[in-house]
Every structure is written in structure tokens, then in C-alpha cells.
Design a protein around this ligand. Structure first.
Ligand SMILES: [Zn+2]
Length: 185
């Protein structure tokens, strides 16, 4: 398989923005073989707003490569349950991860504000995980070459949320995360 991939090059159709959480592996969740998924993973599956300045933007560079060079047709933001990044956002980043995590998670501040309206702490975490996916999708549309492709109908954006404990995968439809329709009939 790898010999063939080396020979023919990669032509993946989908890209996933996922969390660094070791339990949330997009290739495992989507049952994808090498060559099928472009993956960028960072703390809490965040997409920063488009900012072509002098700073080093790892996630934005990966998006540029996946969208502009590989021309993927589907782009998924995959959130998940028990997300430590989201926990840090809600509780304040732990001191040992104070150099970068807090600043990085500030991208998701709109999600935190919306989640704080939830009364129970447990629901707040889940709500914030879902809102983070929505923030990332909103930020994706600030990239001009993504917005342009979406408008042309050659790129589709998707939101999803994975429950580690049950293996359930919810898909964002009309503003709500719902169970995915299965192939079972
Ligand atoms: Zn996470």
C-alpha cells in the first residue's frame, strides 16, 4: 500500500481538523486508510481567524496546503467529549501548560461565553465542546480561498463531535449536533 502511495502520490478528498487528544484519532474514527485523510490536530480542534501576518500559523498553513494544494472537497471540524483544552478554557489553563494553551484557547472565547449560559457544569463542558466546533467553522469562512470554494460549491464544511466513551459520532445539522444516519436498514 505504501509503495503504491509513494508511486502515485496522495489524492485525499477530505481534511479533518481534530484535537491532539490521543483517544481521538480521525483515521480510526472515520476508518480511513493512509492517503485518504489530510489531518491537522491541535489543542481543542481550533481554527484561528485568517491572519496572514508575520507570525507562524501551523493550523492555517495546514489548511492552505489541504485546501489550496490538495484541493480537498470536504473539510471536517471534529470536536470531542472530555476535551482537556475546553476544560482549560472553562477552568483556566493549568499552570504547567501556561506558556501557550491559555493564549491558544482564547481563540475559542466566543464559545466560552455561549457555554457559560449553561447552568450545570457538566452541560457547560459539552456545550462548550460543541460551540468550539462552531467557532472553528465560522473562522474557516474568514479564509478567502475557503469562502470562495464554499461559494462555488467545490468545498463543503462539516462539524462533528465524537463521544470517547460510547464511540458515538454526532454531526452538526441546522445548528444542532445529531446522531449520524447509519447505513443500517
Ligand atoms: Zn480535546
Amino acid at each position: 500500500m505504501f509503495e503504491q502511495l509513494a508511486e502515485t502520490g496522495q489524492r485525499p478528498k477530505a481534511m479533518v481538523v481534530a484535537c491532539v487528544d490521543s483517544r481521538v484519532d480521525p483515521a480510526v474514527i472515520f476508518d480511513a486508510a493512509p492517503g485518504q485523510l489530510v489531518t491537522v490536530r491541535n489543542v481543542a480542534n481550533l481554527v484561528p481567524p485568517y491572519a496572514p501576518d508575520a507570525a507562524s500559523h501551523g493550523t492555517s498553513a495546514a489548511l492552505e496546503f489541504g485546501v489550496q494544494v490538495l484541493e480537498v472537497t470536504d473539510l471536517v471540524v471534529l470536536g470531542h467529549g472530555q476535551c482537556g483544552g475546553v476544560h482549560a478554557l472553562l477552568q483556566g489553563a493549568p499552570i504547567i501548560a501556561g506558556d501557550f494553551v491559555g493564549q491558544w484557547m482564547s481563540i475559542a472565547e466566543p464559545a466560552r461565553v455561549r457555554a457559560m449560559r449553561c447552568e450545570s457544569v457538566e452541560h457547560r463542558q459539552r456545550c462548550c465542546e460543541e460551540e468550539v466546533v462552531k467557532v472553528s467553522l465560522t473562522n474557516l469562512m474568514t479564509f478567502p480561498w475557503i469562502a470562495e470554494r464554499v461559494a462555488r460549491g467545490v468545498l463543503r464544511l462539516h462539524g462533528a463531535w465524537f463521544a470517547i466513551r460510547t464511540g458515538e459520532l454526532l454531526v452538526l445539522q441546522d445548528g444542532c449536533f445529531r446522531a449520524m444516519a447509519t447505513n443500517a436498514k
